[in-house]
Structures are given as structure tokens and as C-alpha cells.
Design a protein around this ligand. Structure first.
Ligand SMILES: C[S@@+](CC[C@H](N)C(=O)[O-])C[C@H]1O[C@@H](n2cnc3c(N)ncnc32)[C@H](O)[C@@H]1O
Length: 480
């Protein structure tokens, strides 16, 4: 594709007068010694045993679990499909790309980030020096050529062509840990680094009919413009890993902002962080259906830092098999009861607490994803793989195991959207908050489904109505 190729050097006849450069000693070539411009310093970290540099790119250690989940899902996809071409559309320093390559054994990863600093350096040639090493060219020759390029970047004529940008250097140095060529054919590239706007890049690939097996868009805020180009650039059966960090809108503070981004009206409810996940899935369901596809969540993960809402979706052909999974949620402010409504029930929705007067008490949100947040079989396989890789028996691993086990419980088909917070039950029952374990056992004894929510530690997901939960809490309080 033409936009991935470096530009040829300008044949300009202008005299090559050097700019004043305080750094008089060109470094010996090694990815780590690529010149750091004054804008970017190195900061080394380790994740799951892989060392990488974050430089001054946007990086959050707290997102490691989100990266673990992405890699596990990607690896399973690679095993079942025999191929894994990944687009890491907003790669930051490139740690995800590196992990998809090393841990999920991706056949090819395109690490892209449109950071302005990278953009300035997108025509640099450092990538090609790495290739020379892989081809076994004498490093002294490489160094000589590299030094020549290093100096050229200070000449006005060549500056835009050969500038070795700080951010780009960071991504390249991280990716370099995996040889750029190899795999099935020696000529096959394992990875590439680009700096384009993600939407544009995905559209270019779609137009070239080059599709990916997994597209990871780790975006900020409520941006949903990438849904359509990502779906277009994905293979059928491929995986989409989408992110939203807009907790303010998910919290019901900007209902029409959410309508604009995800086509869903979202107002305040006690389980707004679960609504945040359902809103993103629902937005993707809507975009996919326009193109004659549907998406199914393999897992949905809320993390309080940020906050971050992540969903891994599988794209399939045809319309949504179960129409009830894309609908509305009603929350009654008077009794605290929640229920899902389908489109054809919209005209007659009410709450069991007062069927005659619902207008003031019933909040209706949607359309959203109202089906299970995760696919039980996929999460179970992810847990098995995590155990196999030894990711469940370290300090960090315990958290991952607990999370995956909670997700398996949450994926029970009998569970409605939302969760019930213990403090709300206690407030309505006018008793002290019951212990969550005791409450869960009592709910089970009454024949309902109940489990803990990975989103809120003091909450239960259950199909037991709020009125029943209040009764159980009162009984438990009497028994204490
Ligand atoms: C949340 S950070 C990525 C973090 C990274 N995925 C990780 O796991 O460490 C988002 C990145 O997206 C980049 N970005 C923002 N808008 C973009 C766009 N429209 N196209 C491509 N990259 C973009 C930013 O420069 C930033 O590095």
C-alpha cells in the first residue's frame, strides 16, 4: 500500500548547510540508541516478563489487565483460525502490539499511533536499519549509513524526510524485540509501524481489501466514529476490541451526548458502570447491523481507573440472532426494580410497584445491549489458557483469575442487566447492610440466580427482584 512506503529523498539542489546541533557525537546504531530528541525520554518497564520503553507516550500500568485479556482472546483466536493479523490502531508506546506478537504469536501486527510527534517522523528510515540487521548486514556498514542519515536530519532539505522522531523511536525500539521478518516465509513482515489517523488507516485497508483478524482501538472518551471503519476492515468472524473512557456520560450526566455517540439515551441509574459497557456494545451492534452483520461480546471489562470500559466483540454475518439482546432497560426510582424491555414492549412499559403511575418514577435507557456481558465458553477457555501460561498463580495472576471467574458467573443467561448494590437494599429495608455472602446464599436458597459483579465489589447481579431482596435483607437482619 502506497501510504506505508517511505518517501524518496528530495532531489533538491539547495546547499546542505547544517543547523547548529548541540549533540556533536552521532550514536552507534542500536534501536535503544536511536537519538532521543529533546521531546522524548526513556522509561523502561516490564509487563508479563517483557521489557519495553514507554518514553513519553500515553501509558497506564493499570491497563495491564485489559492487555492480558486482549492477548488471551487473541491467542485463542489464533489457535482456532490458524492466523492472526492484528491492527493496534492506537498503540501508544506499542506494548500491546509487542504482546500480541510475542504472547499471542500473531502472524502480523500493525502498530499505529497518530500522535503528532510520531507524524513528524513518519518518514524516517530507522525501521529499515533494523531490517538490515535481520538480513545479517555487517553492523559497521549499518552504522556508517545510519550516521549519515542521522546528520542528514539536521539539514533543512532533508529534515522532514529523515527526522528520527522520539515517539516513533520508542515504538520501533519496543517492536524491534521481535525480528521484523520471519514466520512462514522469510520475506513475510511480522510487523510494521505507521502514524495515521485510525479511521483513515482502517478505511485504506478496507479499500485495499486487506482485512485483519483483530482490531484493537484503545481510544479516549466517547469516540465511536471508528466503529464503522473497524467493522469494514475486519474479517468475518474477527475480533474487535473497543474502549470508552467516558465515565461522565455513562453516569447519566450527558444523556444526549450518549445519544450522539452510541445512539443510546443514558440517564442516572445505580449500575451506571455496567450501562457504560452495554452502551458501547449497543453502539457496535447498531453499526454492524447497518452493514448486515452482528456482534457478540466475548467479554466486557470495566476498570475503575480512568474509568475504562472495554469490550471484545466477535463479528458475524447476518442480523442479531436474538432480538431481545438489543433493547431498553427500565429502572424504577421508587422501588429500585430494574427490567429489560424489547422494542415492541415500548408502548406498554410499567413497573410492578405501581402500574397506574409510572411516568414520574420509571427511567428508561436505551437502546443498549441487554444480553449477557460475556460468552461463557470463551471466558472459560481464556481462564484455562491463563492457567496454562502461569498467569493465575502470581500476585497479579490472582486478580486475573478472580476476574475471569467472576465473568464466568456474570455470563449466566438467566441474569438481567444491572446489579443491586447492598447499600441500596439496606436503605430501602431500613436495616444495616447485610453481608454480601450471606445475602447471596439466601437468594440462592430462594431459587434465584445471583453472583458478584466484577464492576462493583458491594453489589450482586441477580434475577431476584428488588422487593424480594429488601424482604430477605429484613429477614436476615431479624436473624442477626
Ligand atoms: C489510550 S492511548 C493508547 C495506549 C496503548 N494502547 C496501551 O495499551 O498502552 C491512546 C493513543 O491513541 C492515540 N490516538 C489518539 N487519537 C488517534 C487517532 N485518531 N488515530 C490514531 N491514534 C490516535 C494517542 O496518541 C494515544 O497514544
Amino acid at each position: 500500500m502506497t501510504f506505508l512506503s517511505p518517501k524518496t529523498l528530495s532531489p533538491s539542489p539547495f546547499p546542505l548547510l547544517p543547523h547548529k546541533n548541540p549533540n556533536t557525537k552521532p550514536p552507534y546504531f542500536h534501536p535503544r540508541s536511536l537519538p532521543t530528541d529533546t521531546l522524548c525520554k526513556s522509561e523502561y518497564r516490564t509487563e508479563r516478563g517483557l521489557e519495553f520503553d514507554t518514553g513519553e507516550s500515553f501509558f497506564r500500568q493499570e491497563s495491564a489487565t485489559g492487555r492480558d485479556l486482549g492477548v488471551l482472546a487473541a491467542s485463542l483466536h489464533r489457535k482456532s483460525n490458524g492466523c492472526l493479523r492484528v491492527l493496534d490502531a492506537m498503540c501508544g508506546c506499542g506494548i500491546r502490539s509487542l504482546r500480541y506478537l510475542v504472547e499471542a504469536e500473531a502472524d502480523f501486527v500493525l502498530a499505529n499511533d497518530a500522535n503528532e510527534e510520531c507524524r513528524q517522523g513518519q518518514d524516517d528510515y530507522s525501521e529499515y536499519f533494523l531490517d538490515l540487521i535481520v538480513y545479517g548486514v555487517n553492523t559497521t556498514y549499518i552504522n556508517n549509513i545510519y550516521v549519515a542519515f542521522y546528520w542528514l536530519q539536521f539539514y533543512p532539505t532533508f529534515k522532514s524526510c529523515v527526522r528520527l522522531s522520539g515517539y516513533r523511536r520508542v515504538i520501533l525500539a519496543n517492536m524491534w524485540r521481535v525480528p521484523r521478518r520471519g514466520g512462514s516465509g522469510e520475506e513475510e513482515k511480522r510487523w510494521a509501524v505507521t502514524h495515521f489517523d485510525a479511521d483513515r488507516l482502517m478505511t485504506e485497508y478496507y479499500l485495499q481489501r486487506e482485512y485483519f483478524d483483530l482490531i484493537d482501538v484503545d481510544s479516549f472518551g466517547s469516540d465511536s466514529s471508528y466503529f464503522r471503519p473497524a467493522i469494514n476492515a475486519l474479517k468475518w468472524g474477527g475480533l474487535l476490541y473497543f474502549t470508552s473512557t467516558d465515565g461522565y456520560t455513562s453516569g447519566g450526566n450527558r444523556p444526549y451526548h450518549s445519544v450522539a455517540s452510541y445512539g443510546a439515551y443514558v440517564c442516572r441509574v445505580p449500575y451506571s458502570n455496567e450501562v457504560g459497557l452495554r452502551k458501547v456494545i449497543g453502539g457496535a451492534v447498531r453499526e454492524a447491523s447497518v452493514l448486515g452483520y452482528h456482534v457478540t461480546p466475548l467479554f466486557s471489562y470495566y476498570s475503575f481507573h480512568g474509568p475504562v470500559f472495554r469490550v471484545m466483540l466477535r463479528l458475524s454475518r447476518g442480523m442479531l440472532p436474538d432480538k431481545r439482546h438489543y433493547g431498553f432497560i427500565g429502572y424504577c426510582k421508587r422501588c429500585g426494580h430494574s427490567q429489560a424491555f424489547s422494542w415492541d414492549e415500548l408502548g406498554g412499559i410499567d413497573c410492578p410497584c405501581d402500574k397506574s403511575n409510572v411516568s414520574g418514577s420509571l427511567a428508561v435507557l436505551g437502546p443498549l445491549w441487554t444480553g449477557p456481558l460475556h460468552t461463557t465458553t470463551y471466558i472459560t477457555e481464556m481462564l484455562n489458557l491463563a492457567e496454562q501460561w502461569g498467569w493465575t498463580n502470581s500476585g497479579m495472576g490472582l486478580d486475573l483469575e478472580k476476574l475471569l471467574r467472576q465473568m464466568i458467573d456474570e455470563s449466566h443467561p438467566g441474569l438481567p442487566p444491572g446489579y443491586i448494590i447492598m447499600d441500596e437494599v439496606a436503605k430501602r429495608a431500613k436495616v444495616n447492610s447485610p453481608r454480601i455472602k450471606t445475602m447471596m446464599s439466601s437468594i440462592h436458597e430462594e431459587g434465584y440466580v445471583a453472583c458478584r459483579s466484577h464492576i462493583a465489589s458491594n453489589a450482586l447481579k441477580t434475577n431476584c427482584p428488588m422487593a424480594e431482596c429488601v424482604r430477605i435483607a429484613k429477614e436476615l437482619n431479624g436473624a442477626d
